[in-house]
Write a protein of this length. Structure first.
Lengths: 337, 225
């Protein structure tokens, strides 16, 4: 198979989003279709998500091809999310990608999901060397490029910020996804209830904050009732202050001149406001990834796949095993040397 | 200059959390460390954090100074502006010196830092933010530790290991090429000081670092115990 400029199909499947994105080698987006699993109750059960994706993956890919007005024949590269994520779900993405690659004789590359979030941000916001705050349902990472890697300067020590907010929302009886609902509720209040604020160096911890918020919600049994709006407001203010403090610390430490906010939680207006505020203080450029590309999507996988393919060529099939636990700072980034 | 004057001069350094202002305090050359209000967070959180960290830092500095360790001496605390007035330490940040140092010097300095941190830990102090920006090396190669804003009291092996783990992470992410040598020398110094009081605690603390790493996010199953 010879190297040929053309279109790349990116397949994203790490958690509740199955997505197909089609991007050309110049970084122009031709198609993006997301299919998101929404649980009736509770969180994401890997087995149920897997079933859902297995039923829907074909339609999603066909729709994306339709949107890009092309067929599998025009695709010259397949990229898929190889790490990190929920094993059973990653496996379907890898399975479909390998299958398509072999049936249509198209080169294949694996992509790290976290790196893809940063790369699509760099492309969409036209930004060169940012400090990235990546906040989502699965990850909370403060990262910047240094000595051949995207180094992790700070991260959560336990659960991620999005997971924490979703869990609180679930305990409060709000349906999935909880983040936007908590944000709406928080706008109605300015009554702060003190909650634990846990920053360790540049690392964060949210599990204690979650327990405290849950206790506030369930506190009716002690005869005291806290308004849900106040809990939502306090929860956001506390956790976002923690994130912003750590970002500012990393900014002072790395002396980067750009800050990039990405991930699903990046859609939150209050968090955007806080991060923007510190950027103004430090005279750094502030960018937030457009919402369509901030959450999980196939376009970011496709674009990062293209970057990987251009610098290292295609993967051998034996390299395409899934790596659910791979850390982003273990992967070298040859295209930025 | 008058001897009883309090004079504020230039801002030496504007960190993430506080501004360091050079000046004089009753004839002494000092640093005013002022935790400035942060506009991004709401007032109750801002006030609480600034007050708690100012008091916490001042108390820690005074206590640690009593063990004869090199930390800035505290002269005055002003709660209303969350300012600590402390002795001015003339020197350079380790962060800027690592690339200048030759191998012998790196070994010597990191050995010293190891001993320093061991003394802190033996006395139940956790610095909480050991980074190469928070270590100052003077011209006659004395090691000073600054910024005790995240200081905690603890005697647990776990907390001490976390303290070392954070330092390790900083060395890897900011000084990757020097990491192996520097961290080795650091641990050597750390353990040597625990040997002086013939305690096995140091070994447990160092051993526990890998356990903390294995509990981190996205660590492969095989690497877990």
């Amino acid at each position: 198979m010879e190297k040929k400029e053309g279109l790349c199909l990116g397949i994203e499947s790490t958690a509740h989003t199955w997505s197909a994105g089609i991007v050309d080698f110049n970084g122009e987006v031709h198609g993006l279709v997301n299919n998101v699993y929404i649980p009736n109750e509770g969180g994401l059960h890997p087995a149920l998500v897997r079933e859902y994706h297995l039923i829907n993956f074909k339609d999603t890919i066909l729709k994306a091809l339709q949107e890009a007005k092309c067929s599998m024949k025009d695709i010259s590269l397949i990229a898929f999310s190889q790490s990190p994520g929920l094993g059973p779900i990653l496996r379907i993405g890898a399975l479909v990608a390998r299958l398509l690659s072999q049936v249509h004789e198209i080169p294949i590359v694996g992509v790290n999901h976290c790196i893809a979030h940063i790369e699509i941000g760099r492309l969409m916001c036209n930004i060169e060397d940012p400090l990235t705050l990546y906040v989502s349902g699965g990850n909370t990472i403060i990262s910047a490029y240094e000595s051949t890697r995207y180094q992790i300067f700070g991260e959560t020590l336990d659960i991620s910020i999005g997971n924490m907010i979703d869990m609180v929302a679930r305990d409060a009886g709000l349906s999935h996804p909880g983040g936007p609902k908590i944000e709406k509720l928080a706008e109605k209040s300015n009554n702060y209830i003190s909650l634990p604020y846990v920053v360790k160096g540049m690392d964060l911890s949210f599990s204690g904050l979650y327990t405290a918020a849950r206790n506030l919600i369930e506190s009716s049994e002690f005869g005291i009732k806290f308004e849900l709006e106040d809990v939502a407001y306090s929860l956001q203010e506390t956790s976002f202050s923690m994130l912003t403090e750590v970002t500012e610390r990393a900014l002072a430490h790395t002396k980067k001149s750009e800050v990039l906010l990405t991930g699903g939680v990046a859609a939150n207006k209050r968090l955007q406001e806080m991060i923007k505020n510190i950027c103004e203080d430090h005279g750094t450029r502030y960018e937030v990834v457009p919402q369509r590309f901030a959450g999980d999507n196939g376009v970011m996988i496709a674009w990062t796949g293209i970057l990987r393919f251009k610098s290292e060529g295609e993967f051998d099939l034996s390299q395409t095993n899934i790596r659910p636990k791979e850390r982003m700072d273990n992967i070298s980034i040859p295209w930025r040397n | 200059m008058e001897n009883n004057a309090i004079m504020r001069g230039d801002i030496l350094h504007k960190g993430a959390e506080a501004s360091l202002i050079h000046g004089f305090w009753f004839g002494k050359e000092v640093i005013f460390k002022q935790r400035t209000p942060k506009k991004y967070r709401i007032e109750p959180i801002d006030k609480q954090i600034r007050l708690a960290r100012t008091l916490n830092e001042a108390r820690a500095l005074i206590k640690v100074k009593n063990y004869g360790l090199n930390v800035p001496q505290v002269f005055e605390i002003d709660i209303s502006t969350s300012t600590i007035v402390m002795k001015y330490i003339e020197g350079k940040r380790l962060k800027d010196l690592i690339s200048v140092f030759d191998d012998d010097k790196k070994n010597k300095i990191f050995y010293e830092i190891g001993k320093f941190i061991a003394k802190l830990h033996q006395n139940g102090h956790i610095h909480g933010d050991i980074t190469t920006s928070n270590i100052i090396i003077t011209s006659n190669e004395e090691v000073f530790l600054i910024d005790f804003g995240l200081h905690e009291y603890s005697d647990s092996i776990e907390d001490k290991s976390v303290d070392l783990h954070l330092f390790k992470r900083v060395l890897i992410s900011s000084h990757g090429s020097d990491f192996d040598q520097c961290f080795k020398a650091f641990i050597k110094g750390y353990l040597s000081d625990y040997d002086l009081i013939s305690s096995d605690e140091g070994k447990y603390i160092v051993k526990n670092i890998s356990s903390i790493e294995s509990r981190g996010r996205y660590v492969k199953q095989e690497e877990r115990k």
